[in-house]
Design a protein around this ligand. Structure first.
Ligand SMILES: [Fe+2]
Length: 145
């Protein structure tokens, strides 16, 4: 059980750092695509915040404690926080493509782990996250073509 909590806390930390990075892009995107991307990025971080809450509450249901320390989250997250600076259209799209690709693979790996231990509640949350990310990733990739 302890191992499952650790796995979910690491995942939670990645969602948190990614959410902060989405805020960064939302605030700092520049150029003629500002209006569209600014709005789209808000949609992303609002969704990720809900997923973040779902995972944290699942950790509670499994009798664990969700990490809430920002320092600790930054330390264990694979996704690292980005400097606050200007980002143009292509930079934003490349970052989204990289991060969402990573999160899709990461989520699939976790689904495998939790499916093997027949923890279907957790796999359901993860499947929901996967469905959202994969659909958005398709749109990101189509935009980059
Ligand atoms: Fe905003």
């Amino acid at each position: 059980m302890e191992e499952k909590i650790n796995i979910l806390n690491e995942y939670l930390s990645n969602l948190k750092v990614e959410n902060d990075n989405l805020y960064n892009l939302h605030f700092n995107v520049i150029g003629s695509s500002f209006m569209g991307l600014h709005k789209k990025l808000q949609e992303y971080y609002e969704h990720l915040a809900l997923f973040y809450d779902d995972i944290a509450e699942r950790i509670k249901m499994l009798n664990g404690y969700p990490i809430t320390s920002l320092n600790k989250m930054e330390e264990i997250s694979t996704i690292k926080s980005m400097k606050s600076m200007d980002f143009n259209f292509n930079q934003v799209l490349e970052i989204l493509n990289n991060d969402f690709n990573f999160l899709v693979d990461y989520t699939k790996n976790l689904i495998k782990i939790f499916d093997d231990s027949q923890d279907y509640y957790t796999t359901n949350i993860l499947n929901e996250i996967l469905m959202y990310l994969e659909k958005e990733l398709w749109m990101i990739k189509s935009t980059l073509k």
